[in-house]
Design a protein around this ligand. Structure first.
Ligand SMILES: [Ca+2]
Ligand SMILES: [Ca+2]
Length: 663
């Protein structure tokens, strides 16, 4: 199959560096740190990531999906997000559409990538974005509208490249339509892809290859398919079988089911059987799991596989073909009682975090859910005594999000949630996010020490593990790759300057917490994701943090280290829009494709109950805020005459409270 150019995506990446200018306060980007940005730590400055024109829709709305999130991927200058109404010029038009924003010299530019969902026939048109590459340049999409000349009519899967624009068909025959598209692929059916998207593994009940069994649209069993860049194969044939097993069990792409080179794929054998690794086409059984009682975690390249099986912890070295019981002897002859729900492995496979009831290291309690770290160099170390209801102990390991834990690249630090009051800084039952590192021990990153009524950590810190791609629906990493910073949202007031009583995004580093959103916004903010270097911290808010944000819709923001864009000084300080940051230079025209939007009127999604769409209450609040702003602006107008900088009016003292090392 050939690559076909996509005329509608004619734009290409155009990224140039922002000039650095020495500033009075020591930040090279001081001239871009006006307004609310001046309050940020680490020379960060606010940048609006989502575009001005959003078809009067929100971005990053959940749209009824449980884990509908954007992703920073491995890109330092990009972010993938969902727009509620579709950006002008997007093919997707009406409903939820996927977009990638890239940072240019003058601002962020959005590239919509969702295919058309225009209903051209009596059959419901299907279009969904299923997986995005880590470089945010390739997207696996399903489209009922043919995107290439070689596509047969019907729902097909395609790999769409954003820049330079191209699209490639990967299904030789369309997914059958039966009773409303029951064969349709969802993000949960995607096992993953190689880094370059030349290998894509997904499951579907449809018979898409000659050797695949015919399965009814619903019921037991799945066919497991691998696209290898040119052909589609059924890879669900296990040793001793001549027919596809047709009962492969999904392993989420978020847990890294496909190696970066596409040569290794991990999946589960029939209904709770052992994990099976396909290594360069050869299936290898990875244990003797009974029913659903086993967990796995792997190095990023799938050369090291950890399994918790029968109370023990195993490490399988794929190159050597060796399987070692890491818990043998550690429990003093008895069973280690290793928890079979979750394992969390370091990307290089040299460390793994696990829970076990046996006391295997100093500090552990026999019979309790002890969180341990095993490493090649240090053996088994005790980390913390978890609560039995904590996600790492109890949440089914269907994907990386459910365990609510994240590991550093070197495997020497972990961030996780617990309701166990592990450091005594919050009442039992309040969920907090904890940080543990070999060097610093256990610390509560989100605890509200010394302040009354901690509300706890309200949103699960979810993550992208070492998989080859992150879905659009995947989730943020609460821990920086170097393991030194934790990011989260909380309604707790962790700093005196957080006065809004609303959720805000925070950064924890070295025992100190910093506000990343303002702490004073009417609507508050929610953390989304960080870039691998943690230079970019993405969050969503309805509050306007830069002058260029003129709408009541939610926007994705980046609190970027050394960031910010040039804003010309206003002609008259603190006049019409008093006390707001200076106006930003006109942004470059959004590169949303070369054709204008001409779809049908926007439709309401079926699952609208959970969406954040300007509820009446919020509208009222906004009107109230407008009045307050007017009032404040008058007050400020007076003050501004005495001030040299217009934006001083909105500034407040922002000294970070050092919480020190705890626990
Ligand atoms: Ca707050
Ligand atoms: Ca806005």
């Amino acid at each position: 199959m050939k690559l076909f150019a996509l005329a509608v995506l004619s734009a290409s990446w155009a990224v140039s560096a922002v000039p650095a200018t020495a500033g009075a306060a020591g930040c090279p980007n001081e001239i871009f740190r006006g307004g609310l940005s001046a309050l940020l730590p680490e020379c960060r400055a606010y940048e609006k990531v989502s575009p001005d024109e959003k078809a009067n829709g929100d971005v990053e709305t959940r749209l009824g999906f449980a884990q509908s999130r954007g992703a920073a991927g491995l890109d330092e200058d990009g972010y993938a997000f969902l727009s509620y109404n579709g950006l002008p010029g997007s093919e997707g038009g009406a409903l939820q559409t996927g977009n990638v924003a890239k940072r240019g010299g003058d601002g962020w530019i959005s590239f919509p990538f969702s295919p058309s969902i225009v209903n051209e026939t009596t059959i419901p048109m299907v279009s969904s974005s299923l997986l995005i590459s880590q470089d945010l340049n390739k997207v696996l999409v399903e489209s009922q509208k043919p995107l290439t000349p070689d596509a047969q009519p019907g729902p097909n899967l395609y790999v769409r490249t954003i820049s330079p624009p191209s699209v490639q068909l990967i299904t030789p025959t369309p997914l059958p339509i039966f009773n409303g598209n029951l064969y349709t692929v969802t993000a949960q059916n995607i096992y993953g892809a190689s880094n370059d998207f030349s290998h894509i593994v997904f499951q579907n009940r449809a018979k898409l290859t000659p050797d695949s069994p015919v399965l009814p649209p619903s019921g037991q069993g799945m066919n497991l398919y691998e696209w290898n860049g040119s052909t589609l194969k059924n890879i669900d044939i296990l040793p001793g079988q001549t027919q596809p097993d047709s009962r492969g069990v999904g392993v989420s792409n978020a847990t890294g089911a496909v190696s970066p080179d596409g040569q290794r794929v991990i999946f589960r054998a029939p209904q709770g059987g052992p994990y099976v690794l396909r290594d360069h086409g050869t299936p290898i059984y990875l244990g003797t799991c009974v029913e659903s009682k086993c967990a796995y975690a792997a190095s990023r390249d799938l050369s090291t596989i950890f399994t918790a099986d029968g109370g023990d912890l195993y490490r399988y070295d794929v190159e050597a073909g060796e399987r070692v019981n890491l818990a043998a002897g550690a429990a003093g002859g008895g069973s280690a009682e290793v928890n079979t729900v979750n394992l969390l492995a370091a990307p290089d496979g040299d460390a793994v975090f696990f829970v076990a009831k046996a006391a295997m290291a100093p500090g552990a309690t026999a019979g309790a859910p002890n969180l341990y770290r095993w490493s090649a160099g240090d053996g088994i170390e005790f980390v913390a005594r978890l609560n039995p209801s904590d996600p790492f102990v109890a949440a089914q390991n269907v994907n990386a999000q459910s365990m609510e834990a994240s590991i550093s690249d070197a495997g020497d630090a972990v961030a996780f949630t617990s309701v166990g009051a592990l450091t005594g800084e919050s009442p039992a039952g309040v969920r907090e996010i904890y940080h543990w590192s070999q060097a610093e021990g256990l610390t509560c990153a989100s605890c509200n020490a010394g302040l009354a009524s901690p509300a706890g950590y309200p949103v699960p810190p979810t993550q992208i593990l070492g998989g080859a791609g992150a879905t659009i629906l995947s989730s943020p990493s609460p821990l920086s790759a170097d393991g030194k910073k934790v990011f989260f949202s909380t309604v707790d007031r962790l700093l005196p300057q957080d006065t809004n009583g609303k959720m805000d995004a925070y950064e924890w580093v070295g025992g100190t917490v910093h506000l990343i959103s303002t702490g004073t916004g009417d609507y508050g903010a929610e953390f989304l994701d960080v870039s691998p270097s943690a230079k970019d911290i993405f969050f969503v808010t309805r509050d306007r943090l830069v002058a260029a944000d003129r709408d009541e819709n939610t926007d994705v923001y980046d609190a970027r280290e050394g960031g910010g864009f040039a804003e010309p000084a206003p002609a008259v300080p603190c006049e019409a829009e008093a006390c707001r940051p200076p106006l930003e230079a006109a942004p470059a025209a959004p590169q949303v494709g070369s054709r204008s939007f001409s779809g049908p009127p926007n439709q309401k999604p079926k699952s609208s109950a959970k969406k954040k769409q300007k509820p009446k209450q919020q509208k009222k609040q906004h009107q109230k805020k407008k009045k307050q702003q007017k009032k404040k602006s008058k007050q400020c107008k007076g003050k501004s005459k005495a001030k040299s900088k217009a934006n001083k009016c909105s500034q407040k003292s922002h000294k970070a409270r050092s919480t020190g090392k705890r626990g």
